[in-house]
Ligand binder design. Structure first.
Ligand code: UD1
Ligand code: CA
Length: 457
């Protein structure tokens, strides 16, 4: 049967105390509902339906350009009412997977089990057993263990409240069933809401078996209602990722002190020290060593690279054997060849630096092309910006740039040239020249430094 996905995301999220709709709060750098959309995309190419309400157009605006069927639920009258708003978008001949926008960690494997379990009868339900089921809908089974109905906590008798198996809210139901049952739901219950969960009893009355599926763990079906739960889920997610990295052969100095906000791919024998954050798509080669307190975003790091502490790498490519930091900053569109050294307090932006070149201390390299085996002295600045436009600096192979040099772009320094310390390079330099622009030293003898008068006591 064809699949469609309906994500419920209209809840107020009152306990977040936020101007932002709850499902736009981020886990591992991605909006909660973004995780759910990704899980949905993993099981079907069909554009998902998202029922939204609170926060108005903020939600559709956050996913502009993504193929989503947005359905507004103006008043939050319950989960049954929410799905009913989506009915015009739900074809009868599909299996509808109902997900919650505030349950971000549901695994694709569990989703696939839920879908498979719905095949025979057209209805499956994801449940979990909780040590403290307070607040949740309870799964009422008959003597044979068949699911009979769901009773919400507020409507449950003391005996029903003792049931530890709860409704996660996630289910798969045939579209034609939803078309049949949803218009018949009432709201005569403790909360005056239209309960989607009433569909279970309606199915049983129609002779349709509801297949229960057990969640793989509690975290994957836990919803976020406040910022404490958000932080708890974030940690659960980070721990799981750290564990997977270690199981795949990565050494972590402390699995509790690495954050992966995106996807981190590692080669063999990488070693990652504490407090390192990986954002977006990051790829490490073999034998990469990452020191403490680094932030690496959308970058590719080659074999044997060493990132020394406190280095920030954003949208850069670092060639094999290079050594970066401590306290280095590589900004977008930086490309380093092999065995490049970028040292402390060096910032590189939109530049290509070829094999074996070095900028070891205190420099700014922007909009620059540097050839092979170039030495950039301490305090060198490429003056790439004239207040309106950016200009290019080109430094050819085997150039030696003395300390405290300014290169006023656009400018080219020819192969093999040497720039004396303190030079301001304003004109292109032919290959194999020496350029010095500093003022000659004056030495004055017998000069007296001003003195403070002696202190009176
Ligand atoms: C619901 C289930 C309960 C289950 C629990 C799991 C019902 C009646 N109850 O509880 O059995 O144990 O989830 O967390 O379904 N939403 C809307 N529109 C609404 C109401 C809710 O979009 O009018 C969305 C919320 O944004 C949320 C989800 O539906 O993502 C669940 O709503 P919530 O209020 O958290 O759950 P309960 O109804 O308390
Ligand atoms: Ca809830």
């Amino acid at each position: 049967m064809k699949l469609s996905v309906c994500i419920l995301a209209a809840g107020k999220g009152k306990r977040m105390y936020s101007a932002l709709p709850k499902v736009l709060h981020r886990l591992a750098g991605k909006p909660l509902v973004g995780h759910v959309l990704d899980a949905a995309a993993a099981v079907t190419p069909t554009a998902p339906i998202v029922v939204y309400g609170h926060g108005g157009e903020l939600l559709p605006a956050a996913f502009e350009g993504r193929e989503i069927a947005w359905v507004e639920q103006r008043e939050q009258l319950g989960t049954g009412h929410a799905v009913a708003q989506a009915l015009p978008r739900i074809p009868a001949d599909t299996l509808v997977v109902i997900l919650y926008g505030d349950v971000p960690l549901l695994s694709v494997a569990t989703l696939e089990r839920l879908i498979a379990a719905a095949e025979p009868s057209g209805f499956s339900l994801l449940t979990v057993v909780l040590a403290d089921p307070t607040g949740y809908g309870r799964i009422v089974r008959d003597a044979a263990g068949e699911v009979q109905r769901i009773v919400e906590h507020k409507d449950a008798s003391p005996a029903e409240r003792a049931i530890a198996e709860i409704n996660t809210g996630i289910m798969a139901v045939r579209g034609d069933y939803l078309h049949r049952w949803l218009p018949t739901l009432g709201n005569d219950n403790a909360q005056g809401e239209y309960y989607l969960t009433d569909c279970v009893a309606l199915a049983v009355a129609d002779g349709i078996r509801v297949a229960p599926v057990a969640a793989a763990n509690e975290a994957e079906v836990t919803g976020v209602n406040n910022r404490v739960q958000l932080a708890e889920l974030e940690r659960a997610h980070q721990q799981a990722q750290a564990r997977a990295l270690m199981e795949a052969g990565v050494t972590l100095a402390d699995p509790a002190r690495i954050d992966v906000r995106g996807r981190l791919e590692c080669g063999r024998d990488c070693v990652i020290d504490i407090n390192t954050v990986f954002v977006g798509q990051v790829k490490l080669g073999n034998n990469v060593v990452i020191g403490p307190n680094c932030v690496v975003t959308d970058s590719e790091i080659g074999d044997g690279v060493e990132l020394l502490p406190n280095s920030i790498i954003d949208s850069a490519r670092v060639g094999a054997g290079s050594r970066i930091g401590p306290f280095a900053r590589l900004r977008p569109e930086t490309e380093l060849g092999t065995d490049v050294h970028i040292g402390n307090f060096v910032e590189v932006k939109k530049s290509r630096i070829e094999d074996g070149s070095k900028a070891n201390h205190l420099a700014y390299i922007g909009d620059t092309e540097i050839g092979r085996n170039v030495n950039v002295g301490a305090g060198t600045i490429t003056c790439n910006y004239d207040g309106a436009n950016k200009h290019k600096t080109i430094i050819e192979d085997d150039v030696f740039i003395g300390s405290d040099t300014q290169l006023v772009a656009p400018v080219r320094v020819g192969r093999g040239s040497t720039i004396g310390a303190g030079t301001t390079v304003t004109d292109d330099v032919e290959p194999d020249r020496l350029v010095i622009s500093r003022v000659r030293q004056k030495t004055i003898s017998g000069w007296q430094r001003p003195r403070k008068p002696p202190k009176k006591s």
